[in-house]
Design a protein. Sequence first.
Lengths: 264, 297
Amino acid sequence: MSSDANLPIKKPEGEIKLETHDLSLYYDGFHALKNISVYIPARRITALIGPSGCGKSSFLRCFNRMNDLIQSARVTGEVLIDGANVYDRTTDVAALRKRVGMVFQTPNPFPMSIYDNVAYGPRLHGIRERSALDEVVEKSLRGAALWDEVKDTLRKSALDLSGGQQQRLSIARVLAVEPEVLLMDEPCSALDPTATFKIEELMIELMENYTIVIVTHNMYQASRVSQYTGFFLLGDLIEYGDTVQIFENPKDQRTDDYVRGRFG
Amino acid sequence: MSSAQRAWEWFVGKVIRLSGAMAIVFVILIFAFLLRDALPLLRSASLREILLGDTWLPTSEPPKFGMLPLVLGSLYVTVGALIIAVPLGLATAAFISEVAPRWIQEILKPTVEVLASIPSVVFGFLGLLLVGPWLMELLDLPLPVFAGLGSLMLAFMAMPTIVSVAEDAIRSVPTALRENSLALGATRWQTIRRVVIPAARSGIIAGTLLGLGRAIGETMTVLMVTGNAAVIPEGLVGILRPVRTLTATIAGEMGETAYATPHYHALFMIGLILFVITFLTNTIADIAVRRSGGVAQ
């Protein structure tokens, strides 16, 4: 096993949805992501693991340019979606974020009704017609496995839902804008095991139509749901590959230590 | 604890309690005082005549104490002020907290607060000598003093209150809500309008009502620029004609009123009406602020 130089990244087979080339991210002087190059396959779940502060969330936020909101953040290198550079000067960031949806660590429903939460995105993007909105809302809530629980209380405040329901609502809200990619930033860290199980089941269902990238602290979760896994450490992508291989037969000593729970 | 310490603790406790009680005592005393000097008016005119009468001629024979023109005058000027100040104040607050870069924030915030420290007589002065004549010419008005001019001047005086309360409310909307909205492909403006402002709604209402309280109680400016004609304003064009407000009536007539005459009591009745109005707006503002705590956590 080597443990000094990073391993060359092997391109997964099949269609590639997202890729980065020599991607670096700086917060002021701090080099938070170091020359990351990776290929993320379409309609698969890719998990990003690593200890806190390793840069995996920052990495995730490059794909929908949420790092733009941090004034000190600066990005170099390329981030491609279907071959087009996300950081190109001509990119319409709002349109990009419509294609690349994001589910955050803690669910944050807007202080409005369940219906209005889900209809928020479609309304932004110009759907006004009542019947069309009804349809999107139902479809999205069904997609997020929440419909049966809320179909009679769509007019109630979303803030009254439980944590697990709120997180599924966040997912429904993202599905409603019909993205191609779902970025999930530790979506289960605030949830109990039952709710976590539901979200994981849901992710596997969603995989048929969406490219999913999930950041997780929970290695069991990564091994349960993902087909590909990347291991981050101190801003470096140490190892990336098939999930089974990463967990059972890692090539790098540091990956081995981490997945066996020796640190982190 | 020594007995000296204990005595000191007891003493401090009492002083603090007394100070707290003072505020309430003063409010009650003012209210009682207003009641005492206002109620005797009911011997000269019925409540119906006072509140709904359309003529204010307190020194004619027989005197007429219809306060409707004054109430409507105040209403015109105040509502006009809010129509100008609320959108402007809200936009300013949103700009300061959501859009402006840091260095502009740091200039703009104190500048808006300086508006609050300009004496009201200065606003009156500006309105009377500068803005009024200019608007008269521009809009081809009969007089350089009118309700809308008071509204305009009051709007600038109410703005700092609206801006600072609304800005606090907007600032306290969690960043995560903004991020969620942006991540769904909303633009910054869509996020402000559809998520941030609705989430800050209660605080914005509170700021508006506090601004309203300020506007309705303002005296000097409106005395100088609204023309002091105690007539019922007619329709929308009334905003461009002279009116007289409740406050200006008290300030203008108190000096020439004999003690304990019906006219004297009538002015206290006006004071009582003002007190009730501002008390109600402040109470509603207070309730709105309390509710805002529970909306966006």
